[in-house]
Design a protein around this ligand. Structure first.
Ligand code: T4K
Length: 402
């Protein structure tokens, strides 16, 4: 784009750079033949759900892979969170970040528990342990850390705080499947951790999720809750819900496991390419992963410094969308600024300065197996060009708006 002019941008009347839409979270698909074989098998066996053979195999494989005792597969990550929260006995108030997908807060609210929003560390984007401790009251029963973007929380510090105050500690590990913290796989921390296998995650089961834990008692409770509290055919021993994973989802999960390392390798390749092409663009910094740990590299996250780029993430997003690059503002505007929390806790933002600042700066870019090296080079060239001409483009966008 060396000799291009701003009016060649699609948002200013030019032709979009891409014919196909590039999504954040386009599903990775494993070996179709193996998937269809498994689905055929399930159909032949006429066993479609309720702790079927594929679900059991899927659970065993995950537990073995991460060195965790129990894996309980679920229909999705949100229900897995709700069940884990209820089984862990959380009530009253639970401390969570606001910088997360809305499901983390909703799972609590759904159960009549008050989510108390805690600020993040601006460097890690995860719960700041000190801020957590300041929010503990006599009503607090637990902490839910979120390993945002797959980068682990400071599980050690949070564990110390939880023990000191006799609180339960859960982790929303929706982004952190296949990641490690201090050399140990995510899944082994706190009282339990929750994965999401939604279609948009690098590893998917169409819809799906799981709770993993090393606590036998908690696992037993979760298994009961997943299936209405049934302990035998006609024997219901406690309240439960329907959190069961279907055999089709487990078949997809088992098939995805076979190519999971390839998915990660592609994400890593993309991550390094983005890093290479985006470095030196003033005002744009890319979130990095600690390469000493295991990472899934599924999110490419930019932090935009508007003072330098002259364009805010929203304007940049609109410019990219016009080119068919469907960048996302995950997790704008923060849970505390969404309903019902905005109305319930109108002052929450006062305690969340880092969250409020960060949600105004971040932008996620497309990656995964449907994004190739040439796509990334082109995306980065556009970003470079847009930032170079930021002031002029901003003025033209403002003029155009009215
Ligand atoms: N905790 C955290 C921290 C989470 O991030 C999530 C989920 C959860 C808990 C809850 O887990 P689940 O109950 O979902 O298992 C997505 C996902 O719906 C959600 O799973 C995910 N986090 C969140 C970060 O992103 P959106 O708002 O991006 O919308 P969605 O699903 O319509 O799709 C996004 C883009 O992906 C679209 O532009 C199109 C593309 N797409 C989507 C689907 C579903 C495809 O190309 N193919 C597809 O099949 O929420």
């Amino acid at each position: 784009m060396e000799n291009s002019k701003p009016n060649e941008l699609a948002i200013l009347g030019g032709t979009p750079a891409f014919n196909k839409k590039l999504h954040v979270g386009r599903p990775n698909i494993g070996n179709r033949k193996r998937l269809f074989e498994r689905i055929n098998d399930a159909l032949d066996q006429r066993w479609l759900t309720n702790n079927g053979p594929f679900v059991q195999e899927f659970e065993r494989r995950i537990a073995d892979m991460f060195g965790v005792i129990h894996c309980i597969a679920m229909c999705n990550g949100t229900v897995a969170l709700e069940i884990a929260i209820r089984a862990a006995g959380l009530t009253g108030e639970v401390i969570v970040p606001s910088m997360t997908f809305i499901a983390t807060a909703h799972a609590l609210q759904w159960l009549g528990i008050t989510p108390v929003f805690c600020d993040i560390d601006p460097l890690t984007h995860n719960l700041g342990p000190q801020s957590v401790e300041q929010l503990i009251t006599s009503r607090t029963t637990g902490i839910i850390g979120v390993h945002l973007w797959g980068r682990p929380c400071d599980a050690e510090a949070l564990g110390t705080i939880a023990r000191r105050h006799n609180l339960k500690l859960l982790f929303d590990a929706a982004h952190a499947f296949g990641c490690s913290y201090k050399g140990r796989m995510i899944g082994n921390f706190g009282d339990g951790e929750v994965f999401s296998f939604h279609a948009t995650k690098f590893f998917n089961t169409f819809e799906g999720g799981a709770v993993v834990t090393n606590n036998d008692e908690l696992a037993a409770k979760i298994r009961l809750m997943r299936n209405f509290g049934f302990a035998g055919l006609d024997n219901v021993v406690s309240v439960g819900t329907n959190g069961k994973m279907s055999e089709v989802s487990a078949a997809m999960g088992l098939t995805s496991l076979e190519t999971m390392e390839d998915f990660i390798a592609t994400n890593y390749r993309n991550y390094k390419l983005y890093q290479n092409f985006l470095e030196m663009i003033p005002g744009v910094s890319m979130l990095t992963y600690n390469e000493q740990e295991k990472n899934n590299y599924q999110y490419i996250v930019l932090e935009i410094n508007e003072d330098v780029t002259h364009l805010n993430p929203d304007q940049l997003k609109d410019i990219l969308w016009a080119e068919n690059i469907l960048a996302r503002r995950y997790f704008y505007p923060g849970c505390h600024r969404m309903e019902p929390y905005r109305s319930l806790f109108p002052q929450a933002g006062l305690l969340l300065p880092h969250t409020e600042c960060l949600v105004e700066r971040v932008l996620s870019l497309p990656t995964g197996t449907s994004v190739g090296p040439e796509d990334i080079e082109k995306i980065c060239e556009i970003i470079k060009f847009v930032v170079k001409h930021g002031q002029e483009i901003r003025e033209r966008l403002i003029k155009r708006a009215g």
